[in-house]
Design a protein around this ligand. Structure first.
Ligand SMILES: [Zn+2]
Length: 435
C-alpha cells in the first residue's frame, strides 16, 4: 500500500522502501528521504538527533540510534531472519512511521466540531486543557450497545479545537459536527454537560450517532465545571475532534443597602462610610469567579439611623432574630435591596441558643425557623477580620449557608477565608437566583 502521510507520500525512495526489501534505508544514507525519517522520528518519538546529521540529512549514529529505539519500543522485528530489532528502515518500519505521522497530521476533510454562537477563540499557548485522565482515553458508545467499546484514544499531540465553548447552566447551545457521518459525538463528562440531537426532542442525550456530514447537535450544561465534546473520525483512529466546554452558573446580581446606626455610644457605629465600596469590591473578588454572583451597592444611608426603641436603654441588646431589638433595627431595611446590612457600635447577644464566643456579626438565614428577611448586623470591632471578607461570609449566611470549620473556607465560622467550594457555589447561586 502506498504511503499515506503528507510527509512521506510520493517520495520515491521512501515509497520504494515501503514495498521492496533491497530498497530499505540504512546507516550512512543521505538525502531528503533521510531528513523526512528524522523529522518523523522527532515528532512521533521525541527523538534526539545530532544537529550536523539533521543539517546534512545524514543517517549517522544518532539517527541510527533513534531508528533502533523506535523499532525496539514497537517490537518491530522481521522474524524471518532476526530475533532483535536493528537500526534499518525497512518495510515494517516505514509503514509504522507513516501510520504514526499520519495520525499527527491535520486531515483535510477530517471531522470537526464547530461551535455555533458564542465561543471564545483561544491562542495555542493558552489552549484550554481538560483534566488529565479523560484526555488520554475516552470510552464512548456505551449507550449504543457496544460491547466494552470502542474507545476513542486522543492521540498525543492531537490537534484540539482552538475554541472554548462557554455554557451557562440551563442554557443549551448548538454546535456543528462536520464530516462526521458514521461516527459518534458525546461529552466526556455527562454530569457536567450532555449532548443531544435538537431534531429529536424526546432524545435523552448522551453519546449520539452522527448520520449526516453536516449535523447540528445541542449541548446543555448541567453542573459547573470543565469538560469536552469529542467526536469520532469515521476513517481514522477513532478520534476526530475535541472542543473544550466550560459550564458556568448563570450570573446573579445581588444588591445591598448599607445603614449606619446612630444613638447612644454603644449602639452608634463609628465605621467610615467610605470603607464600604472597597469591602464590596472584596466581596465581588471572592464571589464573581467562584460563584458567578455580583454584589452591587443599592444604597448607603448617609445620615445615622437612630432607632427610637434603643434610645434610653441601660443595656443595649441587639439580640438575634425575632427579638424586639433585632426587629426594631431590621424593620428599617430598604425594600429595594436584596440584602440589608446595619453597622452598629457593639452587638450584645443574649440568645436562646448557646453561642460560643461573642459574635461580631449576626445574620438571618433563610433555612432557619426564625428567618424573617435577609438582614445582617455588624459591629465596629471586627477582631481582625477584614470587612469585605466578613461581609462575604455574612452574605453567605443570608444566601443559606451555615458555618463550617474548614480552613480557608468562606463559611469558616471563626476565621472566614476566601474559598467557595463548587457545591457551595451551586447552592449560593441558586439562592441568589430566587431572591
Ligand atoms: Zn458565620
Amino acid at each position: 500500500m502506498a504511503l499515506q502521510s503528507r510527509l512521506f507520500r510520493n517520495d520515491h525512495k521512501l515509497e520504494a522502501a515501503a514495498v521492496s526489501d533491497p530498497a530499505h534505508i540504512v546507516p550512512n544514507a543521505r538525502g531528503l528521504h533521510v531528513g523526512k525519517i528524522q523529522i518523523a522520528l522527532i515528532h512521533v518519538d521525541g527523538a534526539v538527533i545530532n544537529g550536523r546529521e539533521l543539517q546534512s540529512a545524514a543517517y549517522g549514529a544518532s539517527t541510527a540510534r533513534a531508528v533502533f529505539a523506535f523499532k525496539q519500543k514497537r517490537n518491530i522485528i522481521n522474524r524471518s531472519y532476526q530475533t532483535k530489532p536493528d537500526n534499518i528502515v525497512g518495510k515494517m518500519t516505514i509503514a509504522e512511521l507513516d501510520r504514526e505521522i499520519l495520525a499527527l497530521e491535520p486531515l483535510s476533510g477530517r471531522t470537526q466540531i464547530q461551535p455555533l454562537g458564542r465561543a471564545q477563540n483561544l491562542s495555542i499557548s493558552s489552549g484550554a486543557r481538560v483534566s488529565a485522565s479523560p484526555f488520554v482515553a475516552f470510552k464512548i458508545g456505551a449507550d449504543q450497545g457496544f460491547q466494552g467499546g470502542p474507545q476513542i484514544i486522543v492521540p498525543k499531540g492531537a490537534s484540539i479545537s482552538p475554541f472554548l465553548l462557554t455554557l451557562i447552566a440551563g442554557q443549551p447551545q448548538n454546535f456543528n459536527v462536520i464530516n462526521g457521518k458514521g461516527g459518534v459525538v458525546g461529552c466526556m463528562d455527562n454530569d457536567i454537560a450532555i449532548v443531544s440531537d435538537p431534531s429529536e426532542p424526546l432524545a435523552h442525550g448522551g453519546t449520539m450517532s452522527v448520520s449526516r456530514d453536516r449535523q447540528v447537535f445541542s449541548i446543555a450544561g448541567r453542573a459547573t465545571g470543565t469538560t469536552a465534546i469529542v467526536a469520532t473520525d469515521k476513517s481514522r483512529t477513532g478520534f476526530g475532534d475535541m472542543l473544550t466546554v466550560s459550564v458556568q452558573a448563570a450570573p446573579q446580581l445581588v444588591t445591598i443597602a448599607f445603614h449606619f446606626l446612630g444613638g447612644p455610644p454603644e449602639v452608634a457605629s463609628n465605621r467610615n462610610k467610605n470603607s464600604v465600596a472597597a469591602a464590596v469590591a472584596t466581596m465581588n473578588n471572592i464571589y464573581q469567579g467562584q460563584a458567578s454572583i455580583t454584589f452591587q451597592i443599592a444604597g448607603i444611608d448617609s445620615s445615622p439611623l437612630v432607632i427610637p426603641e434603643l434610645q434610653n436603654r441601660a443595656l443595649h441588646l441587639l439580640q438575634r432574630e425575632l427579638s424586639s431589638d433585632w426587629k426594631a433595627v431590621t424593620k428599617r431595611r430598604s425594600a429595594n435591596a436584596h440584602l440589608n446590612v446595619f453597622f452598629a457600635g457593639k452587638i450584645f447577644v443574649e440568645d436562646v441558643f448557646p453561642l460560643r464566643g461573642r459574635p461580631i456579626a449576626l445574620s438571618s438565614n433563610p433555612r432557619t425557623r426564625q428567618f424573617v428577611s435577609r438582614d445582617t448586623i455588624i459591629q465596629d470591632d471586627l477582631r481582625g477580620v477584614e470587612l469585605g471578607v466578613l461581609l462575604a461570609h455574612e452574605a453567605g449566611h443570608t444566601l443559606g449557608e451555615d458555618d463550617n470549620e474548614v480552613a480557608d473556607d468562606l463559611m469558616n465560622g471563626s476565621a472566614p477565608g476566601r474559598i467557595i467550594t463548587r457545591a457551595a457555589a451551586r447552592r449560593l447561586n441558586e439562592q441568589a437566583a430566587i431572591l
